[in-house]
Design a protein around this ligand. Structure first.
Ligand SMILES: [Zn+2]
Length: 339
């Protein structure tokens, strides 16, 4: 059994318990001003500065005591490309160790007709209007009957009614995702308790579409990777106009870029990181070293030396082209980044 202190990264959202002492803690609270729950969640992820590489170390989600915690949790699983351990009800839940396959659960065969919508919940979940309802007993997933597995596996869309305890919410969510898995886990809709009978497959009134959030996080990961690759274009002969702009921007003096980002150097020549939000004390003790090849590396934020474009991309959450344009326009201030 793992304990909280075994983790190297704790991820919080609104209402989460505090991260364990001494463990790097990052906040992905959704930004609430967009009206679009998926966009708000991804905006919170972007602001957190998390990268896929952060999930190579032992990471744990600090779950607040509310079923809405499935929104950031689904996003983090999509972004990491795997199930993430969670802390709920004073317990570490090692979901990342679960067998990824769900086909261990036998079903009773495909349903005879097309099943558009179904609902799954705990033992006390009432029947839904316009769709079959199946019930799972918390804590005993192996007791799912073949008839229940058939409904969960083959329904085109599944709405999950969360049980009362957050631990059971997370366990049921992942059990359903595993049973529905194809090449990836497939996430359910989260019921908010006010849904009418559904009439269409992608019905926006059927609660919160957690699969849509998962996919948006997968897309965000791809965009981050593409941005990093694109920003690497500095050492070889650039061919496209795009690459020329990036290469030109990478020749900008990195100390000036740091200054424009609001960073300052201490007398020993170490710089305060322009991504203070990722540092426990806003990088009060400078962590960033400037190298002679016009690159920098922050001991906390960077796994390798990076140049001006990647620094701007990472600090301000921009695309490579946006970063290059900002560097080229010396009249525009770049920061400092709002903490
Ligand atoms: Zn840093």
């Amino acid at each position: 059994m793992k304990e909280l202190s075994d983790y190297l990264l704790a991820i919080r959202t609104a209402g989460s318990p505090p991260g364990p002492p001494g463990v790097k803690t990052v906040d992905v609270t959704p930004e609430d001003d967009t009206g679009d729950i998926t966009a708000a969640a991804i905006a919170g992820l972007r602001r957190s500065g998390l990268t896929p590489a952060d999930f190579r170390s032992r990471a744990i989600f600090m779950a607040p005591d509310d079923p809405i915690c499935l929104v950031p949790y689904a996003m983090l699983c999509g972004f990491a490309g795997r199930r993430i351990d969670a802390y709920a009800g004073d317990t570490v839940m090692e979901f990342s160790r679960l067998d990824p396959q769900g086909h261990a659960f036998p079903d009773a065969g495909r349903p005879s007709g097309h099943l558009m919508w179904a609902q799954a919940g705990g033992p006390n979940t009432p029947d839904a209007v316009g769709m079959p309802t199946v019930r799972l007993a918390p804590g005993t997933p192996r007791l799912a009957t073949p008839e229940t597995v058939t409904v969960i596996r083959y329904a085109a869309r599944l709405r999950m009614v969360p049980p009362p305890a957050t631990r059971d919410v997370l366990a049921m969510f992942l059990l359903i995702a595993a049973i529905r898995r194809r090449s990836d886990d497939r996430f359910a809709y989260l019921s908010t308790g006010t849904e009418p009978a559904p009439v269409i497959k992608d019905d926006p009134t059927q609660g919160i579409d957690l699969e849509k959030i998962r996919r948006a996080a997968v897309d965000h990961r791809r965009q981050q990777r593409a941005a990093r690759r694109s920003a690497e274009v500095v050492d070889r002969v650039p061919v496209s106009a795009h690459e020329q702009r990036i290469a030109q921007a990478n020749r900008a003096d990195i100390a000036q870029v740091l200054t424009r980002l609001g960073s300052t150097a201490d007398p020993a020549g170490r710089w305060h990181c322009p991504r203070p939000i990722r540092h426990a004390n806003n990088d009060g003790n400078p962590s960033l070293i400037l190298y002679g090849d016009n690159r920098v590396r922050c001991q906390r934020c960077d796994t390798e030396k990076i140049g001006p474009v990647r620094l701007i991309i990472d600090a301000l959450g921009l695309t490579p082209d946006e970063a290059a344009a900002l560097i080229a326009d010396s009249t525009r201030t770049l920061g400092p980044r709002v903490v």
